[in-house]
Design a protein around this ligand. Structure first.
Ligand code: NDP
Length: 471
């Protein structure tokens, strides 16, 4: 089995000095497929020193130069699509078609898009009688999760370096291998040493060293609200800028004139994509009480299309969850749903079966009410909660009855009506009717779903300071 014992800093692979060996497990088979030697706080120090040294020259490059590097990285990702897709399927279980299109496809898009945006971005303008100059922060620390492992890294790295920052990245300890491929691509693209640095390790060791590091100017974190809070706490000691993309419990509101035959199958897709391991998954389907039975019938019929299976099988729509820990967590939520009185319409499995792999079959609960845990907490698995309402006012109120505010959906007979309700949902991104996923629209949370926005021009601005030169 392959053991990776180095991290990437100052343009070279260097032996990691941590003591832990982190196994990478294929969640479809429970097989350990690789090992990664953890980095340590002193590896973070070295990476930060390299990033600081590289910053003056990198931030002085022209936007065109940076765009050329970003374009080369995008091409490198495209060229290695199949290999990256296989790697991510093995690390976290997503089906191959999904890995190709989303897990490998989105990162290439982010680098290409960042190249395009930075080429025309107005770094200077006149406002309020002052010259407004947008400048990079300096060194960006990026901490990424395992659910869209390379996409989350790319959203941070592409836009941070496009803006002229240098970066130190920590991937999730469960999905480090895709980040190795990215480092190789960046190396081959000839990015100056120190602009991109990568340190492996756990959140408590390497993640916290990044969050609290005095040499890091901005930390961009994606993951659970619990860990995000800790990152914010540590970052506050050096008053560094913090961007957090955290959890969600996002509503999907079906209005009384919506076409249920379109809305309900699409709602399953919006809830269960990536086996439900999506921060913006629309996990609460809010429907007129008078249509509850019809919604349930259509949902159960449509759920038959969500074949659960091995990631390599062409017929697989939902692979295993990313780990046995995640499987146990999700099954625990299903148990809670049943115990607290939600009605099982589909699935309802509460124990793993004795086949290998972290598989969980989809579950639909109905008559879910506000007091229930499955109404409040992020499950991160293929579990949909149907919540009935009596009036449109109540539907909106129910949609907003959450500490989160990452995403939402609205279905209505006309886009105008859907848009009107979308405006009332307190969330960073709301899609209406059959809108397709838009990878370049600003993405981020209201309330406890986070701070800041990623992707597109807003994703670039996230990594830019504002300076006013007066006179
Ligand atoms: P975490 O939030 O723990 O992991 C996300 C990243 O943060 C990982 O790189 C992790 O490191 C790191 N991290 C963990 N603790 C700290 C810390 N104290 N300081 C700095 N970095 C830290 O998510 P989990 O893997 O524990 O998943 C649990 C739940 O979180 C999921 O079920 C889901 O509900 C939610 N989640 C949400 C995501 C989102 O996209 N918003 C993504 C992932 C999870 P390490 O390598 O040690 O894991």
């Amino acid at each position: 089995m392959k053991r990776y014992d180095s991290h990437y800093a100052n343009g070279a692979w260097m032996p990691s000095t941590g003591t832990a060996v982190l196994p990478v497990t294929d969640p479809a088979t429970d097989e350990v497929i690789a090992e990664v030697v953890s980095g340590s706080a002193s590896d973070v120090d070295r990476a930060v020193a390299a990033a600081r040294e590289a910053f003056p020259a990198w931030s002085a490059t022209s936007a065109e130069e940076r765009a050329a590097y970003l374009g080369a990285i995008a091409q490198g990702l495209v060229d290695r699509t199949e290999e990256i897709a296989i790697t991510i399927s093995r690390e976290m279980g997503s089906p191959m078609w999904f890995s190709r299109m989303v897990q490998a496809g989105l990162p290439a898009n982010s680098f290409a898009k960042a190249a395009e945006i930075v080429s025309t971005f107005a770094f200077e303008s006149e406002r309020h009688g002052a010259r407004i100059v947008r400048e990079p922060y300096g060194v960006v620390g990026a901490i990424a999760p395992w659910n869209y492992p390379l996409h989350q890294i790319a959203l941070k790295v592409a836009y941070a370096i496009a803006a002229g920052n240098t970066v130190v990245v920590k991937p999730s300890e469960t999905t480090p291998l895709n980040a190795i491929a990215l480092a190789e691509i960046i190396d081959a693209a000839g990015l100056p040493p120190g602009v991109f640095n990568l340190v492996f390790g756990t959140g408590p060791e390497v993640g916290e060293a990044i969050a609290g590091h005095p040499g890091i100017d901005l930390v961009s974190f994606t993951g659970s609200t619990r860990a995000g809070r800790r990152v914010g706490e540590l970052a506050s000691a050096t008053v560094k800028r913090v961007a957090l993309e955290l959890g969600g419990k996002s509503p999907n509101v079906v209005l009384d004139d919506a076409d249920l035959t379109l809305a309900v199958p699409a709602a399953l897709q919006a809830a269960w994509i990536n086996s439900g391991q999506t921060c913006s998954a629309l996990t609460r389907l809010i429907v007129p009480r008078s249509k509850l039975a019809e919604v349930e019938t259509i949902a159960v019929e449509a759920a038959a299309a969500f074949t659960v299976g091995a990631p390599q099988e062409e017929t697989t729509v939902l692979g295993p969850l990313s780990s046995r820990a995640q499987q146990e967590r999700v099954l625990g939520f299903v148990r809670k749903g049943i115990d607290e009185g939600a009605r099982v319409v589909l699935g309802g499995e509460t124990e793993p079966d004795d086949t290998p792999g972290a598989y969980v079959r989809p579950t639909i609960f109905s008559d879910v009410t506000r007091e229930m845990t499955i109404h409040r907490e992020e499950i991160f698995g293929p579990v949909l909660a149907i919540e009935p309402y009596d009036t449109e006012e109540e539907a909106v109120e129910l949609a907003n009855d959450t500490i989160y505010g990452l995403a939402g959906g609205v279905w209505a007979a006309t886009p105008e009506r859907a848009r009107e309700v979308a405006r009332r949902i307190r969330a960073g991104q709301v899609s209406i009717n059959e809108a397709e996923f838009n990878a370049d629209a600003p993405f981020g949370g209201y309330k406890q779903s986070g701070v800041g926005r990623e992707a597109g021009e807003f994703g670039l601005e996230e990594f830019l300071e504002i300076k006013a030169i007066i006179g």
